[in-house]
Design a protein around this ligand. Structure first.
Ligand SMILES: [Zn+2]
Length: 316
């Protein structure tokens, strides 16, 4: 039986019909009109799912259910989006509305947990029993897959991997604490670290890379320039990887995963990033003597990660 996967983003909702093998056989997109209430938007989504089913010549009983991945604080037990600052939703009963509209079963998880489920069921993590997903983007997020199950945690709110503290009294984080992994290992942090290094080193080739405009610095600047042997860029990458390694070592020692999956924007640096991190990780993590080393993998689900992850909530 197939599933419906729903990926709620900041500007649109992407949906798809997903086979048990992880193939998306039909897609639909609903733009989010922010002047509408959350109830109205989810109600529109229900209509769109019904239309898609009819178009495919299928009925609700042909599907196992609707899996939804949503950003924000999601209570998987009540099926509510308790809070989403980007969408301005408060205690929105998404599962209840979708069930009423479509007559199908529905489940919801926060987008990080859904992404973890997707990697474990359809992605690079498929053959492993214990996984940690770490996404490196504007922030640092992730999920846990332990003993062959998605770790859902209290109210299904998952783990906040980006907010483990790696530096006591460190830099302030958006969450209100100081020294969180996110403030040192997100792409936002890398951009800040790159700019600081460039300002201290006017001779760095990174200035040429951004055509002498510091506003053009992005997550690639230090990585790409370090490949030309630029010492300042190499130092930025080295320091960034050291911080990220502290986070990864903590995850290894807490959960002893078979593999860590890296996702998010920075995973474009795939081979280069993995190479550096693998060396640092193997040199520092504890107690793996005589057991297989933890593998570092890069997500390969691309733009479909959200839809596949949401559908994978039905495979756990
Ligand atoms: Zn934090």
């Amino acid at each position: 039986m197939n599933y419906i996967g729903i990926d709620i983003g900041g500007t649109s909702i992407k949906g798809g019909i997903v086979t048990p093998e992880g193939k998306i056989i039909e897609r639909f997109v609903l733009p989010i009109h922010h002047e509408l209430t959350g109830e109205q938007i989810i109600s529109q989504l229900g209509d769109m799912i019904n239309e898609t089913l009819a178009k495919m010549g299928t009925k609700p009983s042909d599907y196992l259910g609707i899996g939804v991945g949503c950003p924000g604080s999601i209570n998987s037990e009540t099926g509510c989006c308790d809070f989403s600052n980007n969408l301005n939703w408060h205690y929105l009963p998404i599962v209840k509305i979708l069930k009423e509209k479509t007559g199908m079963d529905a489940r919801i998880a926060n987008d990080a947990n859904a992404a973890m489920a997707g990697e474990a069921k359809f992605g690079v993590g498929k053959s492993y029993h214990n996984l940690v997903l770490v996404t490196l983007g504007t922030g640092v997020g992730g999920g846990l897959y332990l003993n062959d199950h998605l770790y859902v945690g209290n109210e299904g709110k998952g783990a906040e991997l980006g907010h483990i503290i790696v530096q006591m009294d460190g830099l302030p984080c958006t969450c209100g604490l100081r020294g969180c992994l996110e403030t040192y290992a997100s792409v936002t942090a890398l951009i800040r670290q790159t700019k600081e290094a460039m300002e201290a080193h006017p001779e760095s080739k990174m200035w040429d890379y951004v055509e002498h405009d510091i506003n053009k610095v992005d997550g690639k600047t230090a990585f790409e320039t370090s490949k030309q042997g630029d010492e300042t860029a190499l130092a930025v990458v080295d320091r960034y990887e050291n911080y990220l390694t502290v986070g990864l070592v903590n995850f290894c020692n807490l959960f002893r995963p078979d593999a860590i999956v890296l996702g998010g924007g920075l995973s474009n640096q795939r081979d280069y990033l993995i190479q550096g991190l693998e060396k640092k990780l193997q040199a520092t993590h504890y107690g793996f003597t005589g057991t297989p080393a933890v593998k570092l993998l890069v997500s390969n689900l691309g733009n479909d990660a959200g839809i596949l992850g949401a559908a994978a909530l039905y495979l756990d």
